[in-house]
Design a protein around this ligand. Sequence first.
Ligand code: ADP
Ligand code: AMP
Length: 222
Amino acid sequence: MRMRVIILGAPGAGKGTQAALLSKELGLAHIASGDLFRQAQDRGDELGAIAKSYMEKGLLVPDEVVIKMILERIAAPDCIQGFILDGFPRTLEQAQALDQALSANGIDQVLYIEVSDEELIRRLSGRWLCRSCQAPYHMINNPPRVPGRCDLCGGELYQRPDDAEETVRKRIEVYMAQTMPLIDYYGKMGKLTAVKGEQDIDAVSNDMLAALGRGEGPGEWG
Ligand code: ADP
Ligand code: AMP
């Protein structure tokens, strides 16, 4: 069965962590807009250069640039059975462009991970990512088995420059102003499920699977 899912949440809420687990469990493509921009920067192409100037300031990349990149990506063959969007849409304009591009009822579920601001800052200041496969770790909550190395592929772990505290505060402010309206947008469509993000990773994952009608979490039983 085709399944198209959006994961919403502030920077550090756990979108990447959960999208990776869900995509494995459900066999869906995991599409992370931030990862696509970082890959473009590593390749040294024009998209990467445009994105970098916004990302390093904690600002959103302009809508037309992000929308074009994502609509091209979801047209790829690995998205025919569905996908999990992580970090897109982040503005009303992006959400409307996505709805227009997909057929009626295009998005099946929007899962919103709720986490307090203090916890977001704690998570991002301890976040380390794999340079090769982007898997996220946390030095206290979710450490790698071998220090400095990815459990999944052995790649080198690094800290994102935009995870510096001042930039994190800006990113949260931008999220509140530009992305929070999407909660209402998808809520009114009846597609939104909120999940408590301040539980351990597996508990969050179970709640998300239950909201998608898989597994046995509280989402199914109330
Ligand atoms: P996002 O993609 O929303 O920015 P990440 O998935 O990268 O967030 O998670 C941010 C940080 O928080 C990472 O270091 C990750 O290991 C950690 N983390 C994710 N989920 C949880 C959780 N449920 N409890 C504690 N730490 C978590
Ligand atoms: P993320 O990896 O999701 O934390 O995104 C890192 C940065 O990439 C953001 O702070 C933005 O600068 C940019 N970015 C990612 N996704 C989007 C989007 N949907 N719209 C605009 N900018 C984005």
